[in-house]
Design a protein around this ligand. Structure first.
Ligand code: ADP
Length: 354
């Protein structure tokens, strides 16, 4: 009874959200000024006066201020617990059979990895999600059995790398479509996880593998998309029904535009690939938010890979991460514009005017 009540409540909440904005939500999170920024007297360009209503103010110079609207706005004082409290109903819905995608988007250094991974003593969405899934699965164990497994992937220069593979793939990893129409990558490791300790060692193995073959780990991770996929197989013990669902947690490559003079050779190729996949992601989410008849999944590896969990009755959450510093103003505005477009708000306005 407890479960069905809880499920009914969740459904009601989703329906309310869906009525107004479909299944796409955008949360904006601003990091604190760094110690160095504070010590050099760096000015802050963000204003959180109406953050509770989802409004973020940005001082764009002189006395000009632009206001951006999101589903949530987190100030630098909001912690991992506050952020996860809002994401939690969404992640739990994977146990009800929904496919879910969560992204962290933004300029390098704005807290994407902090939000998704988090430091060991203050973990982020990835770890809290798995902890929550195990806990809810335990509560429902009279009615359901859940089998959880995880894959850890990286997309770099439009190529997929399996971070849990013990030996390098002999062939390029490719996305294939099954006869039922779902997408998968044959040959990738799907590590079964039974409890949170299993998860910890898998995540650790994933981040160790990320470092291999790159001279500078931070630089490499800012130019690749890091993806944790949680696959759930559910069996309803009452009626024997089985279900499969997936939850993707994605720490995206840095969205900063490269200075023209920097862009040569490998860097130029990387920058073009990042640009391509981030715009493809933006285009897909925008097409979904505006209920377009054509969703351009095939324009990048990332959107192709996540296709089953983007659209339909899947749920999407994007964290747009920003810096409060005046020095980052132009990148901040560019991220906020991207996130605003993604919500499909612009079209909403255009329609109203017509
Ligand atoms: P990104 O993944 O976007 O490149 P990071 O997650 O590495 O950025 O964050 C950059 C720095 O800012 C790190 O030192 C991180 O600990 C710090 N940081 C980011 N967000 C927060 C936050 N909300 N609270 C405290 N520190 C943060």
């Amino acid at each position: 009874l407890k479960y069905s009540e809880e499920q009914a409540k969740r459904k009601q909440l989703y329906n309310q959200i869906q009525e107004t904005k479909g299944n796409i939500r955008v949360f904006c999170r601003c990091r604190p000024l760094s110690r160095e920024e504070s010590s050099t007297g760096c000015a802050t360009v963000v204003d959180f006066d109406a953050a509770k209503d989802g409004d973020l103010g940005v001082l764009t110079g002189g006395s000009n201020k632009r206001t951006f609207k999101f589903d949530r706005v987190y100030t630098p004082k909001d912690g991992q617990v506050d952020v996860f409290a809002d994401a939690s109903p969404l992640v739990v819905s994977v146990l009800d059979g929904y496919n879910v995608c969560i992204f962290a988007y933004g300029q390098t250094g704005t807290g994407k990895t902090f939000t998704m991974e988090g430091p060991e003593h203050n973990r982020g969405v990835n770890y809290r999600t798995l902890e929550q899934l195990f806990s809810v699965a335990r509560e429902r164990s009279d009615t359901f059995t859940y089998n959880l497994s995880v894959s850890v992937l990286e997309v770099y220069n439009e190529q997929i790398r399996d971070l849990l593979a013990t030996s390098p793939a002999s062939k390029k990893l490719e996305i294939k479509q099954t006869s039922e129409g779902s997408h998968h990558v044959p040959g990738i490791v799907e590590a079964k996880v039974d409890n949170i300790n299993d998860v910890w060692s898998v995540l650790q193995a994933g981040s160790n593998a990320r470092a291999v073959g790159s001279n500078n780990v931070n630089e490499h991770s800012s130019r690749s998309h890091c993806i944790l996929c949680i696959m759930v197989k559910t069996k309803n013990l009452m009626n024997g029904e089985c279900m499969k669902s997936k939850l993707w947690l994605v720490d995206l490559a840095g969205s900063e535009r490269l200075a023209k003079t920097d862009a040569q050779g490998e860097r130029l190729k990387e920058a073009q690939n990042i640009n391509k996949s981030l715009s493809a992601l933006g285009d897909v989410i925008y097409a979904l938010a505006t209920k377009s008849s054509h969703i351009p999944y095939r324009n990048s590896k990332l959107t192709h890979l996540l296709q089953d969990s983007l659209g339909g009755d899947s749920k999407t959450l994007m964290f747009v991460q920003i810096s409060p510093s005046e020095h980052d103003l132009s990148e901040t505005l560019s991220s906020l514009n991207f996130a605003t477009r993604v919500r499909g708000v612009e079209l909403g306005h255009a329609r109203k005017q017509i």
